[in-house]
Design a protein around this ligand. Structure first.
Ligand code: G1P
Length: 296
C-alpha cells in the first residue's frame, strides 16, 4: 500500500499576488478552509498517512495550520466550544503524520520532489500532489488518487493524472502522448512520450498532466541526474520521461473536476463549487448567487 505523499509548497506563488505576498498561496481560503487542507484531505481519503511538505522558510503558516495550537484549543475548551474544537482537531487525523523538509533553492518541481528523498527513500512508491490544483471528488465513492494508487499496484507503472485542456493552453502543462488513444475516465493507458510545456503546434495531444502523480522510489536517482529543462528548472516531467523509457509510465484519465487555485478565476470557481454545497453556508451562499446573478 502507498502511504506516503509529497506536497511541494515552497514556491512564491507569483501568480496569486498580491494575495500571496504575506501568506502562502496554499493558505488562501476556499469557503472556510485553506486550499492546502482540501489537498491533504484528498491524500488522506486515498489512504496516505505520511504527508511530506517540501517547504520554504517564508511558509511557516502551512506547518502551523497542521500543528496543534495548544493555547487556542485550551481557550475553546474553557469556553465550551466543543464542536469547533473537534473540527480543529480533525484537520489532521491521529494516524496521519505531517513532516516537513526545506527546499533551500528554487530549482524547479523536480528538485522539490528530490528534497523529499531522505524521508521517502528509493525503495518505496509514493504520491505527489501539487497543491495549486484542487481535485473535486464530489459524488465519487473513491477519489481519483485512490484509483491511481490501485492502478499502480496492479501494473507497477507510475500513474500520471491527465485531463483534456484547450489546445491553446498546452504550453502551460506537461503534455502526454498516448499514441492517439484517449483513455476513458478512470482508465489508465501506457504512454509513448511526455513533454513539459511544449510549443502549441508541437504538442503530442491535448491531454495535460494535472498535478497528481504516483511514482516509484526509482524516480529519485533519475531526478538526481536530471539536468535543468523548460524554464531552466529541474523538471519532474523530464525525469518521468526517462522513467517511461526504462520501465513504462501510464496516464490515468481522471473522473473528477479540477480547479486551478494558482489562478484567480480558478479559485473563484472553486469557491462557487464548494460554497454552493457547503453544509453550513450552502443555502445562504445559493441565495447570494441568485441575488447577484441578475446583476451586470
Ligand atoms: C507543473 C508541472 C506540469 C503540470 C502542471 C499542472 O507545472 O511541471 O507538468 O502539467 O504543474 O499541474 P507548473 O504549473 O508548476 O508550471
Amino acid at each position: 500500500m502507498i502511504k506516503k505523499a509529497v506536497l511541494p509548497v515552497a514556491g512564491f506563488g507569483t501568480r496569486c499576488l498580491p494575495a500571496s505576498k504575506a501568506i502562502p498561496k496554499e493558505m488562501i481560503t476556499i469557503v472556510d478552509r485553506p486550499v492546502i487542507q482540501y489537498v491533504v484531505q484528498e491524500a488522506v481519503s486515498a489512504g496516505i498517512r505520511d504527508i511530506v511538505l517540501v517547504t520554504h522558510g517564508s511558509k511557516g503558516a502551512i506547518e502551523n495550520h497542521f500543528d496543534t495550537h495548544f493555547e487556542l484549543e485550551a481557550s475553546l475548551e474553557a469556553k465550551g466550544k466543543h464542536e469547533l474544537l473537534e473540527e480543529l482537531r480533525s484537520i489532521v487525523p491521529d494516524d496521519v503524520n505531517i513532516i516537513s523538509v526545506r527546499q533551500s533553492e528554487p530549482l524547479g518541481l523536480g528538485h522539490a520532489v528530490l528534497c523529499a528523498r531522505p524521508v521517502i527513500g528509493d525503495a518505496e512508491p509514493f504520491a505527489v500532489l501539487l497543491p495549486d490544483v484542487l481535485v473535486d471528488d464530489e459524488g465519487l465513492a473513491r477519489n481519483d488518487l485512490a484509483g491511481m494508487i490501485d492502478a499502480f499496484e496492479r501494473s507497477g507503472h507510475a500513474q500520471l493524472m491527465v485531463q483534456e485542456v484547450p489546445h491553446a493552453l498546452v504550453d502551460k502543462y506537461g503534455i502526454v502522448d498516448t499514441g492517439g488513444e484517449i483513455p476513458g475516465p478512470g482508465e489508465s493507458r501506457a504512454l509513448s512520450g511526455l513533454v513539459e510545456k511544449p510549443a502549441v503546434d508541437e504538442a503530442p495531444s491535448d491531454l495535460a498532466v494535472i498535478g497528481r502523480y504516483v511514482l516509484p522510489g526509482a524516480i529519485f536517482p533519475i531526478l538526481a541526474e536530471t539536468p535543468p529543462g523548460a524554464g531552466n528548472e529541474i523538471q519532474l516531467t523530464d525525469a518521468i520521461e526517462t522513467l517511461r523509457r526504462q520501465a513504462g509510465v501510464d496516464a490515468w484519465r481522471m473522473y473528477g473536476k479540477t480547479y486551478d487555485c494558482g489562478h484567480q478565476l480558478g479559485y473563484l470557481e472553486a469557491i462557487l463549487a464548494y460554497g454552493r454545497r457547503h453544509p453550513r453556508y450552502g443555502e445562504g451562499f445559493r441565495d447570494l448567487l441568485t441575488r447577484y446573478a441578475g446583476e451586470d
